[in-house]
Design a protein around this ligand. Structure first.
Ligand SMILES: NC(=O)c1ccc[n+]([C@@H]2O[C@H](COP(=O)([O-])OP(=O)(O)OC[C@H]3O[C@@H](n4cnc5c(N)ncnc54)[C@H](OP(=O)(O)O)[C@@H]3O)[C@@H](O)[C@H]2O)c1
Length: 222
């Protein structure tokens, strides 16, 4: 499978690309800084210089052409203020979904966020804005005719993956290793029965393959 990864140099993105390649798939995607191309290449991951904000929808469609699936795991990461969050986290997935439509690619995985993340804490207005933009992106994808999966991970860590998650329609917000988010996305991509569904994932107690198989069985029943 050829997967076009938006955010391929990011924490989840580079782990995902590495995991895909390790499983015999292909990955590629745009990076904003040239040094990121060399860093990814050292791990056997191809990429090219590109900023999806600067690229037209047609240019993105051309760049992703021939891919079997798109994964959007980019984010402003709190840099560039609210305007960057609006453009990247909010408007980005919709733009990529339109490009996927033009390129004839149906499968689209969006990495989103738990809506109630940190609701028990004091949340500043930048974080509220981020949450609202992530929701806007989910709505754009849900309203598309793509074969989408929205995956909401809990708070991300750089701890080594455990291979164990809790995955389903609703989970308690906790923490999950970026490695485990990447591994969950690979399993979801390899399980085409699972589509047009919003899933929450957090570090947990079920092997990722078993958790995805269980979902595929319940999708088959629906
Ligand atoms: N952090 C959390 O706890 C948490 C929790 C739940 C969900 N999430 C979501 O999970 C996803 C992955 O998070 P992460 O921490 O792995 O992300 P990350 O390390 O911040 O990586 C995001 C990547 O997106 C790239 N990017 C942003 N705008 C771009 C553009 N216009 N063109 C090309 N690339 C662009 C960034 O490029 P640069 O390297 O040039 O900046 C960066 O490499 C994000 O969508 C995030 O919102 C995060």
């Amino acid at each position: 499978m050829k997967v076009f990864v938006i955010g391929i140099a990011g924490g989840v993105g580079r782990r995902l690309a590495k995991a895909l390649i390790a499983q015999g798939h292909q990955a590629n995607g745009p990076v904003r800084r040239p040094e990121q191309i060399a860093a990814l290449a050292r791990n056997g991951v191809p990429s090219f210089q590109g900023d999806f904000l600067a690229m037209s929808t047609e240019e993105i469609a051309q760049a992703m052409s021939g891919s079997d699936a798109i994964v959007f795991t980019a984010g402003a990461g709190g840099k560039g203020g609210m305007a960057a969050t609006t453009a990247i986290d909010g408007a980005g997935p919709g733009k990529l979904a339109r490009a996927a439509g033009q390129a004839g690619i149906k499968r689209f995985v969006l990495v989103s966020v738990f809506p109630e993340a940190w609701r028990e804490r004091h949340i500043n207005e930048n974080f509220e804005h981020y949450m609202a933009q992530k929701k806007r992106a989910e709505i754009d994808l849900v309203n598309s005719d793509l074969d989408w999966v929205i995956l909401r991970p809990s708070a991300l860590t750089n701890e080594p993956g455990t291979g164990l998650v809790d995955l389903g329609l609703a989970q308690i917000h906790n923490e999950i290793a970026r490695d485990d988010v990447a591994a969950t996305i690979v399993e979801l991509l390899e399980t085409p029965k699972i589509g047009r569904i919003i899933l929450e994932v957090t570090g947990g107690g079920t092997a990722i393959g078993v958790a995805v198989d269980a979902l595929a069985r319940s999708a088959a029943k629906a």
